[in-house]
Design a protein around this ligand. Structure first.
Ligand SMILES: *Cc1c(COP(=O)(O)O)cnc(C)c1O
Length: 401
């Protein structure tokens, strides 16, 4: 989106504001489906924890995507947005058995990542088809915070426990209709991904009634200049070819599924915040905005770099700034960053604000959550109102005495 379009939206809806470009989301979705065009049965389940506004979900539903969910509440939001139960997969970790039962009762595809749950569920509901999430023990990213496939990860059933999985399936008579892996949030290397895929194939061949193989996500998008980006087209060529060969070997039609979050929505998002104060200290110039980690926590939580530009002075001379928030704790968005000269009142734009930004926001410091706007066909549509004091007071009880 152009700086002028973003500025107009900031003026129309106020700051702080999240803006999502519907056409960028669509372009990413189509890029992925095109890369796998040779696969007859492809399913892209949007991992809604990245950005869960129901209008965003509706947009995915209209494009033909499925939905990947991690809580019963996400399932309910998905149904509310128009998804059918069979378009939803439930991939929880560490939730109660009752929650899995509730999701199954709604008719969504269950994905189990624990042997004890598999045994319990299979014994109680042998007629409900279940997908198994394996842990292929592949370290796809460089950062242990976000690489979930390695040996001590809490996610998935270890492939070394394959004999136990098979025994449970045999003993309970349950039907396993899908095999799943999700190796983490940053696939640096297509070869690593293909290596993990081989482990999924090796496991899948032991199960006779599979309908789909789910390769999870972990597609990397660039946050700053020079960042590596997953070459989706190359992955499409290589994995499609291998998948089709496996399908032949398996002898039954299989669906290839993915569940990206970040890849589909990260770059479509812009976070707009206004500069309250510019503060010179002995060593730095702070630009303090009307937001903080209550609205965008990724820089503080993961050290992630969100590119920042000054919409109010795009051609200005660049200077070095430390961009901070208004929270009464250290909440540094960017350290020593080169940005076009900032004056108080300017509007700053944080890029890559589509994934894990609003969905991780909170009311810390009793601040309101921002409004959200979907930009479509040249127009901004309000898809979430800015909160008010009523939202902060809802559910609170002032004791009568
Ligand atoms: C979070 C998550 C995803 C999406 O990961 P991205 O890095 O945002 O693409 C996919 N599958 C599962 C099971 C997840 O928990």
């Amino acid at each position: 989106m152009q700086p002028s379009e973003l500025t107009a939206l900031a003026n129309e809806f106020g700051c702080p504001l999240y803006v999502y470009d519907a056409h960028k989301i669509q372009a990413q979705y189509e890029r992925l489906t095109k890369a796998f065009a040779k696969v007859e049965r492809l399913r892209v389940n949007y991992a809604m924890k990245a950005l869960s506004n129901i209008s965003i979900l509706q947009w995915f539903q209209q494009m033909g995507a499925g939905l990947d969910t991690v809580s019963i509440q996400e399932v309910q939001l998905g149904l509310h947005a128009g998804f059918k139960p069979e378009q939803i997969i439930f991939t929880p970790n560490g939730v109660s058995f009752e929650e899995i039962e509730a999701a199954a009762a709604l008719g969504v595809q269950i994905n189990i990542d624990n042997l004890s749950v598999l045994e319990h569920f299979g014994a109680k509901y042998p007629e409900v088809p279940v997908c198994i999430r394996i842990n292929p023990h592949v370290m796809a990213g460089g950062n242990t915070n976000i690489s979930v496939g390695h040996i001590d990860s809490k996610f998935g059933i270890s492939i070394h426990q394959l004999p136990h999985m098979l025994r449970i399936v045999e003993n309970t008579g349950m039907r396993i209709n899908g095999m799943h892996m999700h190796t983490g949030s940053d696939i640096l290397d297509i070869e690593v991904f293909l290596y993990a895929a081989e482990i999924l194939f090796d496991t899948a061949i032991h199960f006779k009634n599979l309908e789909f193989l789910d390769f999870g996500s972990g597609f990397k998008v660039p946050y700053k200049k020079g960042d590596i980006e997953t070459d989706i087209e190359e992955l499409g060529r290589k994995l499609s070819k291998r998948f089709l060969a496996f399908e032949k070997q398996y002898g039954q039609p299989l669906t290839l599924a993915f569940e990206p979050g970040k890849f589909l929505v990260s770059e479509a998002g812009y976070f707009l915040a206004q500069v309250n104060v510019v503060k010179q200290t002995t060593s730095t110039v702070f630009a303090g905005v009307d937001s903080g980690f209550n609205h965008l926590i990724r820089p503080m939580l993961y050290g992630s770099q969100h590119h920042i530009e000054n919409l109010s002075n795009p051609k200005g001379k660049e200077r070095f700034y430390t961009v901070v928030g208004y929270i009464c704790e250290t909440d540094t968005f960017a350290n020593n960053r080169r940005i076009a000269e900032i004056k108080e009142g300017d509007i700053l734009c944080f890029r890559n604000a589509g994934a894990y930004c609003f969905s991780m926001s909170s009311n810390y410091n009793a601040r309101f959550k921002p409004a959200e706007v979907l930009y479509k066909n040249g127009k901004g549509y309000l898809i979430r109102e800015r909160e008010t004091l009523d939202d902060l007071l809802r559910n609170q009880i002032l004791l009568a005495e």
